[in-house]
Ligand binder design. Structure first.
Ligand code: NAD
Length: 243
């Protein structure tokens, strides 16, 4: 398997280089957390409009709360997989920044130390009034009646469709300063995360690991590794650690 890709790796892995890793739901699929677009546009059987928008929270907060409680339960029961663990090794040799679209905490639990959550994290709640006011959730359940210090109902600390992405400018700056990019398990269908690859310098190698490589255009130095994360990530990391 490794030989198949060996000639494609222009492993310019100078020690100390800045590796930026963009991850999507696909990296957590083999931990048992379902992706979104692999199931015909439904997320665990729900239309995203019904559970992951501000309108859904306004119309039916109980349903939204229950949906995310179930997702939180699944995340707490899941374990990081070989791909999450492999990425932690890169920190021994490189400066590593992970930008994840995932709302799970599997990168952190695997041991990665520099993770930016573009779409929030399910283990925290946030004020309905002031989004920057966030709190840890003890256990899996967020309940109606739990309020922030301003007195408004707490909601999941996730960025819903149609909401601004507060961390996007931070993420753009990180991408502009990448020496190497690794994109893992994202359909690149969710804006503005989908545009981040375009900010990475032209001459930086850009690896994509996904069993179904997403469409990317106008991007140079692209190396496609058409594999599941638990195969492709440890393979690429081994190459980068040996280069
Ligand atoms: P997506 O569901 O749109 O796309 C998933 C991608 O992962 C696809 O390209 C698919 O081919 C790939 N994939 C499937 N199995 C894989 C595997 N074993 N290894 C590697 N890749 C694999 O995901 P997205 O682009 O991240 O967008 C979904 C949105 O929904 C995000 O905003 C995210 O916040 C949310 N979401 C998060 C989680 C999570 O936190 N684990 C799960 C589902 C959805």
């Amino acid at each position: 398997m490794q030989e198949q890709y060996a000639n494609q790796f222009p492993l310019q892995g100078a020690e100390g280089a800045h590796i930026v890793i963009l991850t999507g739901a696909g990296i957590s699929a083999e931990s048992g957390l379902k992706t979104f677009r692999d199931s015909d546009g439904l997320w665990e059987g729900y239309n995203v409009e019904d559970v992951a928008t501000p309108e859904a929270w306004f119309i039916n907060p109980g349903l939204v709360k229950d949906f995310y409680n179930q997702r939180r339960k699944a995340v707490l029961e899941a374990e990081p997989n070989a791909a999450h663990y492999a990425l932690t090794k890169l920190e021994q040799k490189y400066k590593v920044t992970i930008i994840t679209q995932n709302i799970d905490d599997l990168h952190e639990r695997a041991g990665s130390t520099n993770v930016v959550h573009l779409h929030g994290i399910i283990t925290r709640s946030q004020s309905s009034k002031r989004p920057s006011l966030t709190y840890p959730i003890n256990g899996w359940e967020l309940k109606m009646g739990e309020k922030c210090k301003l007195g408004s109902q707490l909601r999941p600390h996730v960025v819903w469709f149609g909401e601004a992405v507060p961390m996007i400018e931070t993420a753009v700056d990180i991408c502009k300063n990448a020496d190497i990019l690794i994109l893992i398990g994202s359909s690149l269908a969710v804006y503005p995360a989908s545009g981040l690859i375009n900010y990475v310098p032209n001459d930086a190698p850009k690896y994509i690991i996904d069993p179904k490589i997403p469409p990317v255009s106008g991007v140079s130095h692209l190396i496609k590794i058409e594999e599941k994360a638990t195969i492709g990530v440890p393979m690429l990391v081994a190459g980068l650690m040996n280069s």
